[in-house]
Design a protein around this ligand. Structure first.
Ligand SMILES: C[S@@+](CC[C@H](N)C(=O)[O-])C[C@H]1O[C@@H](n2cnc3c(N)ncnc32)[C@H](O)[C@@H]1O
Length: 212
């Protein structure tokens, strides 16, 4: 596959095996410090990109995925959308396959009062979600002002770049009363970039619209 190719057909995306950059998870832990439950389910855990920073920060994370991508201490072969009788948990945190994002949110809210999902910012729009958002508004939307490092496919060994798409953490929180709060964050502020993250390197090419 040629470098620089951004869009992949759904069937080519292999169940959306694009894993979350560590910086996004570190930011969530900081931003949601007062709200994140201590016990969390990551139901589409991939290689553990969300699971591992949460565990390192002291959270107990139960991890599962439809596929096996190498996440330590996780269950594979678990279809989050079709598995009946899932045990209720205090919180769900994931970056779901985007084409199934709303289904994942709906399912997550059936098993947890607190749900945080890393989603593309355009998830906010769309007539298909208009009614649903009236009934099920997020408590908080944390917009990443700086484009996140690119979520590359599993096994990607090409150059790292920044995402061409804006992302936000969408948080549904049963403990929240009131209107949706929208806030912005910069993952470079307070993000731990010393452990394996290559952010800030000179060879990380900014996308043309990244700071527009
Ligand atoms: C975009 S990746 C994100 C992985 C991980 N959450 C992360 O943030 O790095 C989406 C993941 O969803 C998994 N997946 C796809 N459909 C699923 C389903 N129905 N139930 C559980 N996992 C699923 C894929 O195998 C893949 O690991």
């Amino acid at each position: 596959m040629a470098y620089g190719r951004i869009q992949h057909a759904h069937e080519e995306r292999g169940d959306d095996a694009y894993f979350t950059p560590r910086e996004a998870v570190v930011s969530l832990i900081r931003l949601e410090a007062d709200h994140l439950p201590k016990v969390i389910l990551e139901p589409a855990c991939g290689d553990g990109a969300i699971v591992l920073p949460l565990r390192e920060a002291g959270f107990r994370v139960v991890a599962s995925d439809l596929n096996e991508w190498g996440c330590p201490d996780s269950y594979s072969g678990v279809d989050f959308l079709r598995t009946h009788g899932l045990t209720a948990v205090p919180g769900v945190v994931t970056n779901p396959p985007y084409k199934l994002a709303r289904c994942f949110v709906v399912r997550a809210l059936q098993v947890a009062p607190y749900v945080a999902m890393l989603l593309r910012l355009p998830f906010l729009e769309g007539t298909g979600r208009f009614e649903w958002f009236q009934r099920q508004p997020p408590a908080r939307v944390w917009v990443s002002s700086r484009r996140l490092p690119m979520m590359h496919r599993q096994g990607w060994e090409g150059p790292r770049s920044t995402s061409k798409v804006a992302h936000a953490w969408f948080v549904w929180d049963a403990a929240w009363i009131g209107e949706t709060v929208v806030r912005w964050f910069d993952w470079k502020e307070g993000a731990n970039v010393s452990q394996g993250a290559e952010v800030g390197r000179e060879d990380v090419a900014p996308s043309p619209e990244a700071d527009a």
